[in-house]
Design a protein around this ligand. Structure first.
Ligand SMILES: [Zn+2]
Ligand SMILES: [Zn+2]
Length: 241
């Protein structure tokens, strides 16, 4: 009797993306100009947040000669220091959308140099980059965590240590509708967990693509403190203003 051999077939996902790649030439994620991943005009249109911003939350300051904004002075902020490279909108919003939702992972190579424009001259020796984790189901559906891609690329570009395993997401917080503000905060706080003592004697620098209200970063920071971190900073490519 002849033996049957099964022929290995490439996955549907692989075939699909190969087909997409074969019919598309690279075009600007911001304006679709040809032969560039992100064009000079789109880069020039970004609002950089490199000066006169709040040391703690990264928002533009409305008063001069102050380190922190009025909101941080009054209510505090769960992250000790946050810096973002640009405002969130226009071509930056399109760039992040393509990076996050259109499987254009190589756009990390465009985003990291933009983030580096706001990079501090010196980081503490004990600095460790920690990407904001995705919930498992989300990771499975997307196939990658965009924040992890950024952190790894950023770590290589700035020779900073990266830890992608100690901070985990224990639940998906996307369905927050119908909850009060304090319920949302509680739900968010419980969404992250950290390996005990993982960050003892470290300065954690959380990495994410965009910061909107800061609630996710605050919840991550609190988990990192539970994991031994004394100081938690955060950096994002973009900041909603
Ligand atoms: Zn463009
Ligand atoms: Zn502030």
């Amino acid at each position: 009797m002849r033996q049957q051999h099964s022929v290995p077939t490439p996955s549907f996902r692989k075939l699909f993306w190969n087909a997409v790649r074969s019919v598309t030439t690279p075009s600007c994620a911001g304006c679709h100009a040809p032969n560039t991943a992100f064009c000079e005009d789109c880069l020039a249109s970004l609002t950089f947040l490199t000066s006169n911003v709040c040391y703690q939350c990264g928002l533009p300051l409305d008063q001069k000669n102050s380190k922190r904004c009025r909101l941080c002075e009054k209510h505090g902020f769960g992250v000790d220091h946050l810096w973002a490279a640009t405002g969130f909108g226009g071509s930056m919003q399109a760039l992040i959308h393509a990076f996050k939702y259109e499987n254009q992972r190589s756009l990390a190579l465009e985003l990291v140099p933009i983030l580096q424009r706001a990079w501090p001259e010196n980081l503490p020796e004990n600095a460790v980059l920690v990407p904001v984790p995705l919930a498992k189901a989300r990771y499975k559906a997307r196939g990658y965590n965009q924040s992890e891609l950024l952190a790894v690329q950023l770590g290589a570009a700035t020779t900073t240590k990266v830890d992608v395993t100690s901070l985990r997401r224990t639940r998906d917080t996307s369905a927050q509708a119908g909850k009060t503000a304090s319920e949302r905060r509680q739900n968010m706080q419980a969404a992250f967990a950290c390996t005990p003592q993982a960050f003892q004697e470290s300065t954690v620098i959380l990495v994410d693509d965009v910061c909107t209200t800061g609630a996710t970063l605050e919840a991550c920071a609190s988990a990192c403190r539970a994991g031994g971190a004394e100081t938690v900073w955060a950096t994002t490519v973009a900041r909603a203003i």
